[in-house]
Design a protein around this ligand. Sequence first.
Ligand code: MG
Length: 370
Amino acid sequence: MDVTQRESLLLAPFAMFSAKSAGRRYPEPEHPYRGPYQRDRDRILHSAAFRRLSGKMQVFTGDMGDYHRTRLTHTMEVASVARTMARVLRLNEDLVESLALLHDIGHPPFGHAGEDALAECLREEGGFSHNQFALTLVEELEVRYPEFPGLNLSQEILDGQLTRTDKTASAGWQPLLEVQLVDLADSIAYDAHDIDDAMVLGLVHADDLLHVPLASRALHRVHQRLGDIPEPRQALVRELIDIQVGAVLEKCSLELEEGGWASADEAHSSGYRLELPEEIAAEKRLLEKFLYTVVYRHEDLLRVRGQAQHQLAEMFQLLVSQPDQLSRQYQTRVDAVGLPRAVADYLGGMTDRYCYQRYSELTAGKNQDI
Ligand code: MG
């Protein structure tokens, strides 16, 4: 059975069918046994930027232990949640998986702290955004094919990532359902795993969650099912994901059926949005507020954040004054995008560890001078 037959059997009419894809910028023959979005997924998976996700922090850094998520394991969790939902809603799983694997590929070292630092360095040059940098990586910086720059991904993948750069959707129009689904899966995954990681690191205790709406709802379900267990953390995380995924599926299955859209185009020009039911969404906002205050603004993380920002800003200045320290690819890139952007792109692609290493190398001579 080929991909077109398989999709026509399995997907809902409002899903994005690969036969209707707008194709690739550089035309290529179809693969004999993989559909276009399967190829996109494999291209992303085999890229250098994807592998580097293993060395990039999600929320917590490598020296805080070895339990918590990295940017890579976060990405795999998002892909897993998104595929589960896509299968139930009969959306295109291959497209969803590609979008999920891509969604955080543009994060610079040190998470949002690194992004803010680079944005500040490029304030006069249009700033720096990890969502935009993901596109730069897969369209320009990845070197895998002699025939074209980047990965030559299908247009729907690039458009999906582009909508992440500006989430203020215009009235009467929404991204493809597959794109919206990955967005939801991202936030379902990170709220749940950040609670898990923060509990293991001792930043949050089960008792703290009794007054945090979505978490207390999950704890209540744990107690109903398992009684008063001494260590509810893992069951709590499972319930947190299950409550949200279940709520999306229940609400959206009905709405998609009622919508009755005959194509992906109809669905996405209808303005329909895949969302959590408002009651759960409101509780989720309170959970995120709790995470922001208690976890993301924790003094250990603020200290790392400060160090990372200082380090990246210093490296940026050093490299702008010594462009011969850039790797050859980025020295060449200066002609295309100017020196400041080429330096930020060089820094943006680094893992946290490589960034530390380059920082020591670049500042070694300087510190000796002092
Ligand atoms: Mg993410």
